[in-house]
Design a binder for this molecule. Structure first.
Ligand code: BDR
Ligand code: CA
Length: 309
């Protein structure tokens, strides 16, 4: 079986980190590059976190830093969810690798140029880098097989009543991505708020006993503390659904829709409107087998070794 070449683009972030853990664990995926984007924290912090996560997980590929701000909007961060570092909680190893001299867009372009097979972009932060890539290198668009992104919500938002965080941070970029013609898999709040991992699952993960399992369990506890205050019965693992879409689509229920991004509007900037009045531009995930997802997470951490390390 030939593996799918992927670029992991994100703003880690606890759920980004768990998404990358799933990606590294899957024999179906070949991680060719990791690129940081500003979102959950500043670009300096998300880049440092990306390097630390890659070191922890043994992801051995170039890591590049993205733009310091969205395409047009002012930067916006989420310390209330992810802490001042963008990845508060357990102590992580210091980076064992150098940051690439290329910036995110140039590294993405290089990976696309050098790959014979179409490359999938897994985007778990604002769409800034992906849109900048499409603008700077339109000639490489046909080298992108698909974009599996976490963002938006057809039914509602989380950062405003209408908008989800990743889309709200850079709506102009999201609009470029959805209108690009590249196949998009959208995992928005409609599905990701159902991807709940409960405290009992944290303990199943911790019981696996290896270093990655312990860190993932600690990340889940940190991430859940914020959501528990809001009344969630578990941690909604938004970003990992963008990886599940590629490696375990059988766990998901989806629908082909036309998704349009509101970039104006006093109340609705950043909203994702899903409808069937125009041809579909996205496969939109709407449901998930929660128990199957929890089992899959436990299986994935188990691939990082047995017992205490
Ligand atoms: C998204 O916002 C970020 O805080 C998470 O990492 C996720 O990508 C959920 O709205
Ligand atoms: Ca994210």
């Amino acid at each position: 079986m030939s593996r799918i070449p992927v670029i992991l683009d994100g703003d880690p972030g606890h759920d980004d980190a768990i998404a990358w853990m799933l990606a590294k664990a899957s024999p179906m995926l070949d991680i060719r590059a990791v690129t940081s984007v500003c979102g959950n924290q500043t670009i300096e912090k998300t880049t440092y976190n990306a390097l630390r996560i890659c070191t922890l997980l043994g992801i051995d590929c170039p890591v590049a830093m993205g733009r310091p701000s969205p395409l047009l909007a002012e930067p916006m961060n989420a310390p209330s969810v992810h802490g001042q570092s963008g990845l508060d909680g357990p102590k992580l190893p210091e980076p064992a690798m150098e940051l690439s001299r290329m910036r995110s867009v140039e590294l993405m372009a290089k990976v696309l140029r050098e790959s014979e097979a179409p490359v999938t972009i897994v985007s778990t932060g604002p769409q800034t880098n992906v849109a900048a890539l499409l603008l700077a290198h339109p000639e490489l668009k046909n080298k992108i097989g698909q974009i599996s992104l976490m963002g938006g919500g057809i039914a509602h938002g989380n950062w405003t009543p209408a908008a989800e965080f990743n889309i709200l941070v850079d709506p102009e970029a999201a609009k470029i991505v959805f209108e690009s013609g590249v196949p998009v898999i959208m995992s928005g709040l409609d599905v990701t708020e159902k991807a709940l991992i409960f405290p009992a699952d944290f303990e199943r993960i911790r019981a696996v006993g290896n270093q990655v399992a312990g860190v993932v369990a600690d990340w889940l506890e940190f991430f859940y503390a914020f959501h528990r205050e809001l009344g969630y019965p578990g941690a909604p693992l938004h970003d990992p659904v963008a990886v599940v879409s590629l490696v375990r689509p059988d766990l998901l229920i989806s629908k082909e829709l036309c998704v349009e991004v509101e970039t104006k509007g006093e109340y609705c900037r950043g909203a994702t409107i899903g409808h069937d009045r125009k041809p579909a531009n996205a496969r939109v995930n709407l449901g998930i087998d929660r128990d199957g997802f929890a089992d899959f997470l436990v299986e994935a951490v188990s691939t990082y070794g047995e017992g205490k390390q």
